[in-house]
Design a protein around this ligand. Structure first.
Ligand code: SAH
Length: 214
């Protein structure tokens, strides 16, 4: 899996500002977390394929290359506190937990949140708190965050998430319509509070849903 990720990174260099490799810290985290523990038992044999897999409720665990790329784009550092929107299987949260001090992750489908919590506990990952609710509003009680990663495609960047990003912090978010063209966007909040966004490669995420819409 790590070899495929490295190959993809070289191929994607044109959209990665010429960067041809994923941060070795990120690859090391991906080597440590067993992806098979985060997929349904029937799909364990496919756990290391470089593709998304269904996790129930119409949702997916993201493709490993995309997990690596988004984690790399977040530019984490030890000691940080980060927020993930869309816990899903809990796999991305587990990768972030290897790289920072504290991870908050929020999921709108309660049974997925329960299942992710169980998996994280089983892996003895203790620095992730799973919240239930609409991630549009972030987790104000734990803000500000050094980094925010959104793993469902939003049509706009939710303003509450911008508010909860620490100056100097970064957000990585797929922006675009449900089942329409989406791009991975890097959002930087400059030390003075100004927001700078940069569109990178096209992606294909499940839609960001809003409470009340299901
Ligand atoms: N990060 C996940 C991938 C999850 S797919 C993993 O590593 O497995 C996206 C997830 O976002 C789905 O579980 C979906 O239910 C959730 N989601 C969609 N809209 C949301 C919202 N408004 N708030 C919180 N979670 C949301």
């Amino acid at each position: 899996m790590i070899g495929i990720i490295a190959q993809h990174a070289r191929n994607a260099a044109n959209v990665l500002d010429g960067q041809t490799a994923i941060d070795p810290r990120v690859l090391a985290a991906m080597r440590r977390v067993p992806r098979q523990a985060f997929v349904p038992p029937a799909l364990e044999a496919s756990a290391y394929d470089d593709r998304p897999l269904p996790i129930g409720y119409g949702q997916t665990i993201s493709q490993p290359f995309i997990v690596a790329l988004m984690t790399d784009m977040l530019r984490t550092a030890p000691g940080q506190t980060v927020l993930e929107i869309g816990t899903g299987s809990g796999y991305q949260a587990a990768i972030l937990a290897e790289l920072v001090a504290t991870v908050h992750s929020i999921e709108i489908v309660a049974p997925l949140a329960d299942e992710a919590e169980r998996r994280l506990r089983q892996q003895r990952i203790r620095n992730v708190t799973v919240h239930r609710g609409d991630g549009y509003y972030g987790v104000p009680s734990a803000a500000p965050f050094d980094g925010i990663m959104v793993t469902a495609a939003a049509s706009v960047i939710p303003p509450p998430l911008l508010d909860q990003l620490r100056p100097g912090g970064r957000m990585v978010i797929p922006v675009g319509g449900a089942f329409a063209l989406q791009h991975l966007v890097i959002v930087e909040k400059l030390p003075g509070g100004q927001i700078r966004t940069r569109q990178t490669l096209p992606v294909n995420f499940v839609p960001f849903v809003r409470s009340g819409s299901r």
